[in-house]
Ligand binder design. Structure first.
Ligand code: NAD
Length: 341
């Protein structure tokens, strides 16, 4: 008995990296999977249309059920065909996982319109495209699971204005899907992953690793915390019937650590009974807000000392971790959970 027996899933970008591991795990849990991948270079250029087919054959060879699809998620009609393939081959569409992605990093003052648009087209439009087609069918069948891929780069990664904008857009899109589709028993959640794939190979740290170890980080990832297979269980869990109540949430999945992000909350409010004049505002702002402003949580930037705030928080005091079972620990931010209980 698998946890996804009888389900039909579309996983985009499943020819390699994180998507491939999700497709494999979902198939091993009993889902029939449309493995989509255009087989592009990291920058979205070029195509290898055999990649999706290879993964599908691998899944079929190990007792699962899969079909390959080599279309681009950036093409609205093609995204419709991916969903249609699931319906034709497996009778319905229960799960859509939007993993396909590319990078075109460049500082904002050098970024071309084409570089901005290409990244937005795959991540943001690509996520809309599959969901638009699948959601109409999910609404009719009154069930469904949508899992979208965002990134901590959305918090403000220098050199990734295109990617960060798309990944932040995916969070707003996901929250809106959750509120639009809950009445049809369809859930939508987002994952902010980390895994040592070719996306990491391309970073300065990836290149440093290659110089030190004579291989790319992705080539050394199997069996380590950075193994993309570590992202798959949380995604598969969200697709199960057991996760029906989990809707509109954002989960960080990094190695063996799964984090629930709080939604945006107002941290402080100033109010003037008769409205603000600039002079009063600048005085009160300075007194109440200015001193406590911290820059947005950026992903780690080479040469910059400031550690990730959330990581610093979690590591600061081992006593704040609670042991739930042998080898299983929990860390909670009291202010958030305390207020919600
Ligand atoms: N690896 C990380 O640490 C990390 C961190 C944050 C977010 N992410 C996100 O997770 C997802 C998976 O990343 P990954 O590291 O596995 O990347 P990857 O490059 O290994 O895999 C992405 C796949 O998407 C495919 N693809 C690209 N454009 C496509 C298109 N138009 N249509 C169909 N397929 C297309 C590529 O061919 C590739 O196989 C991406 O959305 C990425 O932005 C990854």
């Amino acid at each position: 008995m698998g946890n996804l027996d009888g389900k039909s899933a579309l996983v985009t970008g499943a020819g390699r990296g994180i998507g491939k591991e999700i497709a494999r795990l979902m198939a091993s849990e009993g889902a029939s999977v449309v493995v989509n991948d255009l087989g592009t270079g990291l920058d979205g250029q070029g195509e290898d249309r055999s990649l999706a087919q290879q993964v599908a054959e691998e899944i079929n060879g190990s007792g699962g059920t899969a079909v390959g699809n080599a279309d681009s998620v950036a093409d609205f009609e093609a995204a419709g065909r991916m969903v249609q393939t699931a319906v034709e081959q497996f009778g319905k569409i229960d799960i859509v996982v939007n993993v396909a992605g590319i990078l075109r990093d460049r500082m904002i003052f050098n970024m071309t319109e084409e570089e901005f648009d290409a990244v937005a087209a795959v991540h943001l439009d690509g996520t809309f495209n599959t969901v638009r087609h699948a959601s109409a069918l999910m609404r009719e069948q009154k069930s469904g699971r949508i899992i979208n891929f965002s990134s901590t780069s959305a918090w403000g990664s220098p050199g990734q204005a295109n990617y960060a904008a798309a990944k932040y857009g995916i969070l707003g899109f996901t929250a809106t899907l959750a509120n639009s589709l809950d009445r049809y028993n369809v859930t939508a959640n987002a994952i902010l992953p980390y895994a040592t794939t070719r996306m990491i190979d391309s970073t300065p740290r990836g290149q440093e690793f290659r110089e030190q170890h004579g291989m790319l980080p992705s080539e050394a990832a199997a069996g380590t915390e950075g193994d993309p297979a570590n992202v798959a269980p949380m995604v598969a869990y969200l697709a199960t019937d057991a996760a029906q109540r989990v809707n509109g949430h954002f989960f960080g999945v990094r190695g063996h650590t799964i984090s629930l992000y709080s939604h945006w909350e107002i941290a402080k409010v100033i109010r003037a009974e008769t409205g603000w004049d600039l002079k009063t505002l600048s005085e009160v702002f300075k007194e109440t807000m200015d001193d406590q402003l911290v820059p947005p949580d950026a992903v780690h930037v080479e040469g910059q000392e400031r550690p990730l705030r959330e990581t610093a928080l979690q590591q600061s005091d081992p006593a704040t971790w609670k042991t739930l079972a042998q080898g299983i620990e929990l860390w909670e931010r009291d202010a958030y959970f305390g207020a919600k209980r």
